[in-house]
Design a protein around this ligand. Sequence first.
Ligand code: HPA
Length: 252
Amino acid sequence: MIGIIGGSGVYEISNIADSIEEKTVDTEYGSVEVSILDINSKKVAFIPRHQKGHKTPPHMINYKANIQALKNCGVNQIIATNAVGSMNLDMPPGTFVLVDDFLDFTVLREKTFFDDEVHHMDLSQPYCSRLRNVILSCADDNESIIDHGTYVCTDGPRFETASEIKMFKLLECDVVGMTGLPEVVLAREKEMCYQAICIVTNFATSISEDLLTFEEVKEITSKKNKALLNLLHSIILNLDDDFDCFCLNALE
Ligand code: HPA
């Protein structure tokens, strides 16, 4: 099954679905509301990361419960969406960025399922290149989409200082967000393919002269919502249920 984790602005995808069943999935890490959608005879499990109405801030999201809930539903490949700020002038607001690496600057989060056993995951390719290629092949020629980029994750919920962004730029990061980690790592620990589609909503602090507001983030995510749903729809139609990938045997 395909899993979708919707970020800011993507709270439901029911308009691309033929039918929906709402479920509460209990996991040892907490219960999660999951929508099971039927889209052209494909089953898709959808979780709005911040919950409906954007109730949960980034540092309070139960990332482990979300990933475990998708695993329990039978999901083996996840497409996530994340709103991000950009520090790369070639990735202006409105661009979709398929990130291929990350820096984790979060400190307050539960980051692993392996608390009781020793497991050192290889993360030389943290995101799934198979999914990335499918997403790229589904992209509309009129949309600006970039197939690489380094994502840096902060705890939030505040935006970054100018000095933080200066440092992230020196470290060659492209985009900054608050929700990409530890989600991508937890998915790999559960041997699921995972790729994020980042939506650039703003230039990061000090790259833009304007003050940052969540209003700006909401404005761009709502502007790009239709294009993003079209992209998700096309990805769902084009993803095979039957596939082989390195991510599925990541623990071996
Ligand atoms: N910083 C962190 N998270 C974000 C930003 C940003 O500039 N824009 C959207 N999410």
